[in-house]
Design a protein around this ligand. Sequence first.
Ligand code: BES
Ligand code: MN
Ligand code: ZN
Length: 499
Amino acid sequence: MDLKISYSSKGIENEDVEGLIVFLPEKSDTRAAGLSDLPENLKKIINTAVREEVFNGKTGSSQRLITGSAKPSQLLLIGIGKKEELNPEIIRRAAGGAGKALACSKLKSIGVMLSNVLSTSSNKECGQWISEGLQLGAYEFKSYKSSENNSPKNLKVRILDKDALSSAKAVKLGALRAVSANIARTLGNTPANDMNPGKLAEEAKNLCKTEGLKYKVIEEKEMKKLGMGMLLGVSQGSITPAKLIFMEYRHPEAKDTLAVVGKGVTFDSGGISLKPGKSMDEMKFDMCGSAAVLGAMNAVAKIKPKLNVIGVVPATENLPGGNAQRPGDIVTAYNGKKVEILNTDAEGRLILGDALSYTIEKYNPVAVVDLATLTGACVVALGHHATGALSNHSGFMERIRQAGEKSGDRVWELPNFPEYGELLKGKYGDLQNIGGPAGGTITGGKFLQHFVGDTPWVHLDIAGTAWNVKYVDYHPANGATGVGVRLLIDLISDWQPLN
Ligand code: BES
Ligand code: MN
Ligand code: ZN
């Protein structure tokens, strides 16, 4: 459900809403929670609920209360845990839980109390964390439920901030960040019969048109002329043509250009090295890297940072059609390297390799980050709560790590020792596309490094974090998470030249 979130500097008594969301720490009444602005009758109801242990304030806890004759008629209490342990991610997750509750309620309007407990870090971002969490939590993917999608529900949310603890700007930014991640989620969730390379290109084109970005696509005919043998090799197993998509945001005073490249395999069957049937349906999510690029470009176009940002998506299917590439085939990459295809299921690195070397040559970015559901090994190594990273530049890596921390899209760096690269030496060609079972996420990233030269680069393996992430209240239990979008927004918004 889409929330219509707006900011108000009025108190609850001046707002006409059906319900009110109140965030409360553990073992805390309204006074300890800094909620002195609440009308007395509401305070009394809340304090009774706390005293009677109807509500305990632990993270993940929530309680709906009926207020009887008081206004508004419903209260939603949301636990934020121990006061001294409070941080932005806890607030965002608590708001996510509230968003989920709103999505399945019948309410048409609700107020949200900001309080000084939420803004103890003495910055004005608490309004952002809350609107972001609410909008992420309220996300649902129901367009294929024929009984449910008839009328899109709208819910008016008023963030009540009488004491100017936050700002209208923060609230608006939080909602934008979430809406952008939700764009990525929907692209990811859409089944592969409706989200193929052509459709992905169309989505990118529409986004560019609405947001005033420059759009460009390289078709297969041109890829052949340019010599993008790795991308074409993957695509040749499908009758649906590949697209190499470019979305350009430019700022007139920008000094730096950043390139953001996302894996856009709209379905990964493995190709001739066919995957087993179990969970193969999940390979519709193999374009979640590209979805993050589109989501981030949506936000960038509106935030307008002083930095050029080029969003790049190599989009293809990996299918075992009659013309599919075979294990043992040797293809020539855009940068001239000869690559032995030992496993057609290691296709992400192939399409990204050509996209990376072309993008770097064409746009000369100061740095490039790629996002890809690259290896199952990353899910084994890190599970679903950290994105794996590999880099050739410690300064840029640290920026990404910090953006991950700040946004909640957490990143864990893997070692980039040269020895791992030895596993990719080709028997007949220059390189082979797999390095064996040991350190699979690292060798996958190492393969990409052959296509970035000296450009500062970070590779993000989002195989574990792109879908089905549990225990994070602003993520749906199933489906795409929109991982990467909020990380990229943080990276780009605070951009400083790299050393
Ligand atoms: N898209 C997959 C990676 C993947 C698998 C992500 C499962 C999330 C869940 C990728 O294209 C792939 O198939 N990688 C292979 C690489 C191997 C052949 C070296 C893999 O992980 O098995
Ligand atoms: Mn694959
Ligand atoms: Zn894949």
